[in-house]
Design a protein around this ligand. Structure first.
Ligand code: SN0
Length: 323
């Protein structure tokens, strides 16, 4: 594996989940694999789980890790070509990424979307330039359009906690006060659509009108504006806010209640509730659910380690053939 960016970087979902669960049961079995290998984690935006779980995954594999909070501690990056750098940007991504590639065997990058320039965001301009100029394998730590380590984690968590062969999984839009990226729901939708194709889940997306995601990610999913209908018989509810894709970055007022609470949970098949975190309590998701027996959010966050460890393992195993 040279890049971990989207679901298309993985062939068989069942085998990657099995590989992650094997690492979960013996976390330190591959300590020799990462010896004298360095992982660099580069953040252009905040992070809690991604930062700590990916570091822990690398340490479990015997790697060294370096973290750069580029947004706070690095030079302001220029990504455009053909500009005279006489403004606020100090260093071009061409040099910055190339230098990081000299120090690291594998790099991870977090780069949120602008939510202003749809074209630059959806062509993954920044992420692709980083991959191109650093010259080493790159793991996405959430890019403009996707969060693949989260989605792999979610698939692992659903596989572990399902009580039926093919659970009904619902991605449910939730309210928020800010315009958030579509990366987490896009990514969850593309992973669940592939899981549905492979016969592993039955997948529905529920959102208010105006919050349609790009069809590139939702192909094959059932899509509805009726939250209660979607919740009926659900085994897993994946709660997440996102801003509009079509009116890019816009937040529309929604008059009906889209926050999941115990009353709505009563419509489901005693569903387990998931959220990638951070979650705004009693805005996106009720505290009664977060503090109650149906919440999987902490177990889900805990599984981030095994998703990251699986991806790093696959990359380390390919390193020698790449050099
Ligand atoms: C990010 C998002 O993509 O939705 C990261 C999720 C892993 N979430 C936020 O930016 C939340 C910010 C907030 O103010 O609640």
């Amino acid at each position: 594996m040279k890049k971990f960016f989207s679901v298309s970087d993985v062939d068989d979902l069942t085998s990657i989940v099995d590989e992650a669960l094997a690492l979960k049961s013996s976390p330190y079995a591959l300590q020799a694999l990462g010896k004298n290998r360095t992982l660099g984690l580069v953040f252009l935006n905040p992070s809690l789980r991604t930062r700590l779980s990916t570091q822990k995954a690398a340490l479990n594999l015997g790697m060294n890790v370096m973290v750069l909070n580029m947004d706070k501690e690095g030079w302001a990056l220029e990504t455009r070509d053909g500009v005279i750098m006489d403004g606020t940007t100090v260093e071009h991504i061409r040099e910055a990424a190339a230098v990081m590639g000299e120090y690291c065997d594998i790099l991870g990058l977090r780069s949120f979307p602008s939510l202003k320039d749809k074209q630059a965001d959806y062509t993954e301009d920044l992420f692709n330039k980083f991959v191109r100029f650093c010259g080493v394998p790159v793991v996405s730590l959430e890019s403009a359009t996707r969060h693949p380590l989260q989605s792999l984690t979610d698939l692992i968590t659903i596989s572990e906690h399902k009580n039926v062969e093919k659970p009904k999984v619902v991605l449910a839009w939730a309210p928020h006060v800010k315009a958030l990226p579509q990366a987490v729901p896009n990514s969850f939708a593309e992973w669940m659509s592939k899981a549905q194709e492979q016969g592993l889940v039955d997948f529905t997306i529920a959102h208010p009108q105006g919050y349609e995601l790009s069809e590139e990610f939702t192909n094959g999913a059932n899509i509805t504006h009726d939250l209660d209908g979607a919740l009926t018989g659900a085994d897993f509810v994946y709660v997440k806010n996102w801003s509009s894709f079509h009116e890019y970055g816009k937040v529309y007022p929604v008059s009906t209640n889209w926050m999941l609470d115990n009353e709505k949970l009563g419509l489901t098949n005693n569903a387990k509730v998931m959220h990638c975190l951070p979650v705004r309590r009693d805005l996106e998701l009720s505290s009664e659910i977060l503090d109650g027996p149906n919440s999987l959010v902490i177990k889900e966050a805990s599984n981030r380690v095994w998703a990251a460890q699986t991806v790093l393992k696959r990359m380390l195993q390919k390193l020698d053939t790449l050099k």
